[in-house]
Design a protein around this ligand. Structure first.
Ligand code: NAP
Ligand code: 3JN
Length: 337
């Protein structure tokens, strides 16, 4: 991408939970935007968004939307990405795509800037942003892999409803009110009530009994850490939390782990904030991670039986580090080069 003082940036899915977060992070981080182009479906065309003190009209996404655009941030789902990312790349922009459409394509870099920024080097117009649950996990795993070499990871996630978009946020609010007021609980987004419940079901089930969300964590972790030998055993669960995903992770390594040393390593790892004073009631919480940029890691403790394993609790804002922030950090690497 040609180096410029300011860049024309399109946000595809600008009205969604991720797209709205992208607009506020572009503003917050003073990304050098010459012109912002918010794109969404025909339903939103004509509505307005505020950006850097200006009111900008949302346009309908069309094949000719990308003329003169330098960077296109996509978060409107896989089928929109499959159709429009190649069109945008052909029009000359660098595309950063938040969907799973291209993540496992071997010619498309899958990037977490704290972990594998070098992978951007090979891009041919499209760069993929990993799944939110993968991103926060690999930020914490990378320094462990570098020091002790990871063999196997067993992970259970506790994923907030904002991961399913704006409509799921509304569904949890409505169901909480219905349940507390003794009314019948209605559901549209999820197959069961999410308020006061946990659903071990994210994305669709495969014949193996695992879900697509679980397999994203397996395959994307191997690609980002560039090690296909890493075993990942995932269970992904939706919980009645609005913002930030939490993960309980058991990591097994080749080398024996010195937990004191590991705390020091995690304490200075890029993108990590160690919050690990359980005696004082300090450990990562979704309510603290929401609205923050770092991946919070705590409850660092030796496995009870295996000296080559450790348990961790990892929490991050899924709309920020898990989606919008990571995408904008990729754009920042691009414009710095
Ligand atoms: P959301 O709140 O439901 O928003 C969906 C967005 O897509 C809206 O802006 C919507 O526009 C737009 N859209 C829908 N159909 C469209 C069309 N035909 N043409 C143009 N725009 C269209 O969902 P979200 O949570 O922001 O997530 C959006 C996507 O981002 C997901 O499907 C997923 O692929 C990706 N995502 C990735 C991660 C990650 O882990 N990295 C996390 C969450 C989401 P209207 O308002 O006009 O309908
Ligand atoms: O459920 C979550 O917490 C994260 C959801 C991500 C998501 C939602 C709809 C479609 C994805 C994703 O990023 O993997 C997709 C997709 O497959 O693109």
């Amino acid at each position: 991408m040609e180096k410029k003082e300011n860049y024309n940036v399109a946000v595809v899915g600008a009205t969604g939970a991720v797209g709205r977060t992208m607009l506020s992070i572009l503003e917050e981080r003073k990304f050098p935007v010459a012109k912002l182009l918010p794109l969404a479906s025909a339903r939103s065309a004509g509505k307005q968004v505020d950006f850097n003190g200006e009111t900008i009209t949302i346009q309908e996404l069309k094949a000719d939307s990308f003329e003169g655009v330098d960077i296109a941030l996509f978060s409107a789902g896989g089928s929109i990405s499959r159709e429009f990312c190649p069109i945008a790349a052909k029009a000359g922009c660098v595309v950063i795509d938040n969907s799973s459409a291209f993540r496992m394509d071997k010619d498309i870099p899958l990037v977490v800037p704290e972990v594998n920024p070098h992978a951007i080097g090979d891009h041919q117009g499209i760069i993929a942003n990993p799944n939110c649950s993968t991103i926060q996990m690999v930020v914490a795993l990378k320094p462990i892999h570098d020091r002790y070499k990871i063999k196997r990871v067993v992970v259970s996630t506790y994923q907030s409803v904002s991961g399913s978009g704006q409509s799921a946020i509304e569904e949890l609010k409505a169901q909480s009110s219905q349940a507390l007021n003794g009314q019948a609980v209605t559901h549209e987004v999820y197959p069961h009530q999410i308020a006061f419940n946990c659903l071990p079901h994210i994305d669709t089930f495969l014949d193996t009994g695992y879900t697509k969300e679980e397999m994203k964590m397996v395959n994307e972790t191997r690609k980002i850490l560039e090690d296909d030998a890493i075993q990942v055993s995932p269970t992904t669960v939706r919980v009645p939390v609005f913002y930030a995903h939490s993960e309980a992770v058991n990591v097994e390594t080749e080398q024996e782990i010195d937990v004191k040393e590991l705390r020091t390593i995690l304490g200075s790892a890029p993108g990590v904030r160690l919050v690990d004073a359980p005696g004082k009631g300090e450990y990562p919480l979704a309510t603290d991670a929401a609205g923050r940029d770092e991946v919070m890691v705590g409850r660092v403790r030796a496995d009870l039986d295996n000296p080559r394993a450790v348990n961790l609790w990892i929490v991050a804002d899924n709309l920020r580090k898990g989606a919008a922030l990571n995408a904008i950090q990729i754009a920042e690497v691009l414009i710095r080069r």
